[in-house]
Design a protein around this ligand. Sequence first.
Ligand code: HEC
Length: 179
Amino acid sequence: MTIFRIFSIAAIAGSMVAALYPITAYCQSNADPTDPGKAVFKRANCMGCHKWHGNGGGGYGGDALSLRKTELTREQIIETVRCGRPGTGMPFFERGAYDSVQCHGMNRQDAGNQVPPEAGVFLRAKDVEDVADYVIAHIKGKEEPTLAECFSFFSETSRVCDIYKKSEQAPSSSAAKAQ
Ligand code: HEC
């Protein structure tokens, strides 16, 4: 191998790195700022009761309300996650809620048998804010879940999303028939 060839390989490699750098920088700056909240939504198993799309429904924990239809503000969502909702299956996620941490102005004694269940994982204040921001940005006020939303929650290869493919194809194929 000649010196010249070694130099040209190095030059090519160098220019590849240079070409890739802006791409990675671009991807990073384009990351969704609510991704940490999405991770909390998965890790804290909000999706176990409210479903990935937030529509909720019956199941473990009772009838989880629709987070799409919620009218709660950011502050109210934060409080609901920290303290759960007394007398319902919505668990509290803050360590020490109703003990050392004031919730709805009640301690365990005041709340009695209305103390909500304790969540499977405790969340830090930052996690609770992140998950509230995620709910506001991606769930609250949204119409029915779409294939694109499903892909962005799971991944483009997720079979969970297959049902949205069918339901989105159906109207267009019936529209084709109607023409
Ligand atoms: C064990 C099941 C369960 C889990 C896990 C759960 N929830 Fe809930 N959630 C409920 C139920 C049940 C309700 C309805 C309470 C009621 O009837 O008022 C609810 C209500 C809510 C509400 C109030 C909605 C409204 O409009 O009043 C919010 C906000 C909420 N959940 C967010 C979350 C978030 C965020 C997580 C994850 C950190 C989570 N929930 C985890 C069961 C659950």
